[in-house]
Design a binder for this molecule. Sequence first.
Ligand code: 5GP
Ligand code: ZN
Length: 119
Amino acid sequence: MSDCLFCRMVAGDIPADVVHETDRVFAFRDINPQAPTHVLVIPKEHHATVGALVAADVGLLGEVVAGAQAVALQEGLVTDGGAEPGYRLVTNTGPQAGQSVHHVHFHVLGGRRMEWPPG
Ligand code: 5GP
Ligand code: ZN
């Protein structure tokens, strides 16, 4: 989609600080980080929400989550087979959750202690 910010980043039209990439998955640092590590993991193919992605290609959803885990390993948020110090994986759907970019993305957040429940 030519009018989608994240599609334009995948295409290389808008610069991205890329930290992980496969043939179908793309991960880059958030421009407005909310934690010492704040990376967005997306499918290269455009899907607006996680619901749309799971309906279209559940395997691709798995690849995106695998990409998030790869980023967490790379950033030292967990070790292979371990869960410490840990990270949060978030996807916002719709206005009440605060979704502002309508290309599904998972936030990988880590490097500080996080509150629960979120605000
Ligand atoms: P949402 O609010 O939809 O869950 O998350 C959208 C995220 O995209 C926000 O955390 C925001 O900071 C990030 N973002 C918006 N525009 C850009 C951009 O141009 N570059 C990067 N790297 N991140 C962006
Ligand atoms: Zn898109």
